[in-house]
Design a protein around this ligand. Sequence first.
Ligand SMILES: C[S@@+](CC[C@H](N)C(=O)[O-])C[C@H]1O[C@@H](n2cnc3c(N)ncnc32)[C@H](O)[C@@H]1O
Length: 500
Amino acid sequence: MTSFADVQNREAPLSLTPGDDYGAIREHFKNVGYTKEGLRQATHILGLETSANLNVIEVERRLPKEGPLRELIRLFRLGQPLSEKEATSAFLPFSIKEMVRLGLLFKDDQGYRSPFTLNLHEDLYVLGDQPSEKPSPHHVIRLNPSAVVTAAMTPRRTVASALDLGTGNGIQAMLAARHAQQVIATDINPRALNVAAANARLNGIANIEFRLGSWFAPVSDDRFDLIVSNPPFVISPKSQFVYRDSGQPGDVICRMVAQDAAARLHEDGLGVLLGNWPFIPGQDWAAEPKQWLDGCHVDVIALLNQQADPLGYTIHWQGVEHQTWESLAQTTEQWLAYFRERHIQAIATGSLIFRKRANGPYFFTGYDIPDVPATPTVGEHLLCLINHHDRIRAMKSSQDWLPMRLRPHPALRIEQTLTPASGRWEIGSSQARLTTGLAFAAQLNAITQGLLIHLGQASKTVDELIHELSSKHNLSLERMGQTCLDALQYWLLHGLIEIA
Ligand SMILES: C[S@@+](CC[C@H](N)C(=O)[O-])C[C@H]1O[C@@H](n2cnc3c(N)ncnc32)[C@H](O)[C@@H]1O
């Protein structure tokens, strides 16, 4: 008999011998319907494959009445123990003995259980440690929202080399393996590397090399086309969980990862980093990352995803520790004292994408995006913004706009609000909104709406459009030119329009 704590503390919980047929297990999961669509059809629950906050009562009531899918959901999503008969049904044609040997199952006094959750992201299977009241310090975090944001932000252009720094369950490395010839995934936690390697085999991915060690030590001075990291960025006095706490003060870890990653990028290489940093309310929220990357030969786009005061931040991160009220009060005071000592008044949660270039000048731009949509089009959008910045930076004067031909992004929509006014409907506000990527929007007035509609109808130069609109609205060419160029620049820098 094995205890859950024993299994959680194993450095190599999953067998990785060459003959282990993880591919056949993946096919089994697919065949019995353990897929995003299969789970939805069987239970009518949206997001069962990813949600961290499942309502156990609802899931139990919506489970299929019998069969392997029922038992796999109980095992991998609800963390429930299975009887011998149920465990047999879950994995047939594989034997329970084989699943125990691989490490997917263990037996305790309640029955057969799994140390792992099994999530799906896109169509990748992702094993991660089951949540527990007392997670081991080497807990391998399961698929989680910050991993999904990191994944969404990463442009999926074809590259030769990629590095996933602090790979955890391996999700970023597995996604990179689809568009990078070779991926290196590093972690200081041997358990994480074991789980990540098993995940790669479960998904039939063979171009990831896993290396144990702290940050860049396992790659010495190698350079990469893409470096992705979702590091343990939480700012706290704790060093409790290797996935959460870096053991470094303040935002030192994010600064270090950002600067060292920038130094290891090839020309035109991209870095993607999630992080937390302090800022002073009412002042520039991006001052800190701007300073991290100043002098690192990179252009940077920073996204602000959330901001919190020290108490809100403390309570959010304490949530995972399942303490008593007394110990929660104590730890909260400890965290707040830590923030007071460092004069930290607010903490930003954000993400950075940076692009290496030997020669400047460099740009740093920030966007306040409370919810980064969990779609791969975000990475594409960010790449398009970088290209548009390049184009605008290359312009010597406003004259350079005039011969350009621009067009709306195909996923742009114009939305108007109609308001009732004395028996008829009046057009109220009007906005242009992207239905893809970061879903940026811009308010329109009569002139800018006309400009956008013209961009969609004819492939005219900016100069021709300014002339047309100037006579239509009876405005001087100079004023119309300024209005149009301001709007076009804003739209281009947000990816609402493209260069034709
Ligand atoms: C927040 S988790 C992210 C895991 C995964 N990349 C993801 O996106 O879900 C941070 C990871 O960094 C790893 N880590 C912590 N300290 C490290 C260090 N000094 N060197 C390398 N990796 C480290 C942790 O073990 C953990 O797997």
